[in-house]
Write a protein that binds this ligand. Structure first.
Ligand code: EPU
Length: 432
């Protein structure tokens, strides 16, 4: 296992290229199971969650051909099984998308309960509500979720989600594309990756309208054929590099982004005194002066993303004044705060609110990542801190950030990877 050793206090300069969106890729790859033909998927990020998804599909009998580092062809025409590997599927949260995809295509699915959870309760009742409305019976037995439709084909229905759920919206969409008749999902999530999945499915022959609004209408079709599709850039990877520049200072051109997706993050960083210039598919971010406090509340898109909350807190640790951060999506997403305190941050957490009192500087220390975005926040804080930090449990970070060490080094960061023999790294990494 590895750890990152970071010599902080150096501003970042240069250019960084953003990869494909992780949370789109981990849905679009399972969605390829709905396609009776070859689908070519481009701009796939090279991260461990994505590799796991591809391995699970292979285990089901899909033919997977790697065209280059970021492009694969998936042929699910001759799937042999609708039962996923227990050990692989339970490692990753996104394995719940295999239920919607297999159920939609074959009328049955057996998928291990999705991976454990480390920032709050993560129920899938809204996914189940949708599948049931479409005519499936869903039971849990022997650690597997068994979903099946008696007739072998689901029937379109209206589903009103009780909570805005990205996963449930995408999963119900997958189950409904090949169902008989029309499905409406109301109170749907509007995240860019929801739209990306709809665009992928439409490019394969589905009929989905309204993705990106809170009402999605799906007209069932009988078959999806093959095609080619490129995944959108990762909003959160881009936001993480923006936060790194905000905290450490410097000037960086962030390439391959969709500026519209960045608006909520850009606006908040500008409020903190960071300069952001938007271009067609790039952003220039610069921070030379002091950081100002800002209040942040996480919300479903287009609100400020929960997946940027830890990175934003890392920035606010160094802002002048007291900032209030409210986490309104997850219950327990402040576990990393104690690690930031080891660097000298002044943060008090009360339930869903973190009160961040800006300090003049942070000081390097040994710290430990506890989930993916928490890990990213620690990297950001360590880059800004004076002196050396060692971050262990970096396998979390590598689940969603492709080549983060190389990309930061290109920007002038003093970061290196070292072997870590600490027992803590033996802990299993969870979810995303
Ligand atoms: N919820 C329910 N019932 C459900 C589903 C969700 O009550 O059936 C609740 C959750 O407990 C939570 C809220 O609804 O309070 C939102 O959950 P959502 O379903 O939107 O989350 P998710 O689909 O499980 C995805 C991302 C997360 C990201 C959230 C919110 C993937 C694989 N994961 O999770 O990404 O935080 O949406 O945007 O797409 C990350 O990338 O770091 C990450 C954790």
């Amino acid at each position: 296992m590895s750890k990152y050793v970071i010599q902080g206090g150096n501003p970042l300069f240069g250019e960084v290229e953003i990869g494909g969106a992780k949370n789109a890729a981990v849905a679009i790859i399972p969605a390829a199971l709905l396609v009776d033909g070859v689908c070519r998927i481009e701009n796939i990020p090279q991260i461990s969650d994505v590799n796991l998804c591809l391995t699970i599909l292979q285990g089901l009998g899909a033919n997977i051909r790697s065209i280059n580092r970021h492009t694969v062809e998936i042929d699910a025409s001759h799937i042999r099984s609708t039962r996923t590997s227990y050990d692989l599927a339970r490692k990753i949260r996104a394995s719940y998308y295999l239920i919607g995809a297999l159920l939609g295509r074959f009328g049955r699915a057996e998928v291990a309960m999705p991976g454990g959870c480390n920032f709050g309760v993560r129920p899938i009742d809204q996914h189940v509500k949708g599948f049931t409305a479409l005519g499936a019976k869903v039971v849990v037995e022997g650690g597997f979720i068994h979903a099946s439709s008696e007739t072998g084909r689901l029937k379109g229905a209206n589903v009103y989600l009780d909570v805005v759920s990205v996963g449930a919206t995408m999963n119900i969409m997958m189950a409904a594309v090949l169902a008989e008749g029309n499905t409406t999902i109301e109170n749907a999530a509007k995240e860019p990756h929801v739209v990306d999945l709809a665009n992928f499915l439409n490019s394969m022959g589905a009929n989905i309208r309204g993705a990106g609004t809170d009402t999605i209408k799906i007209q069932g079709v009988t078959r999806l054929g093959g095609g080619s599709y490129a995944i959108i850039p990762d909003q959160i990877e881009a936001g993480t590099y923006m936060a790194a520049v905000a905290a450490a200072g410097g000037q960086v051109l962030i390439k391959n982004i969709i500026p519209k997706h960045m608006d909520c993050i850009t606006a908040k960083l500008q409020e903190c005194g960071v300069e952001v210039e938007e271009h067609e598919d790039t952003l220039l971010i610069r921070r030379t002066g002091p950081l100002q406090k800002a209040n942040v509340k996480t919300l479903p898109y287009p609100g400020f993303p929960t997946d940027m909350q830890p990175q934003m807190v890392a920035v606010l640790c160094l802002a002048q004044g007291t900032s209030l951060v409210t986490e309104s999506v997850w219950n327990n997403r402040y576990r990393y705060v104690d690690e930031l305190k080891r660097l000298g941050a002044c943060i008090q957490v009360d339930d869903k609110t973190a009160v961040v009192e800006g300090v003049d500087h942070l000081t390097g220390a040994p710290i430990q990542a506890c989930d993916l975005r928490a890990g990213a926040a620690l990297v950001i804080a360590a880059l800004a801190a004076q002196g050396e930090s060692e971050i262990c449990c970096v396998q979390y970070i590598e689940r969603c950030y492709e080549n983060i060490v190389e990309k930061l080094r290109e920007l002038g960061a003093k970061i290196r990877v070292e072997e870590d023999h600490d027992d803590l790294n033996g802990l299993e990494a969870h979810i995303g």
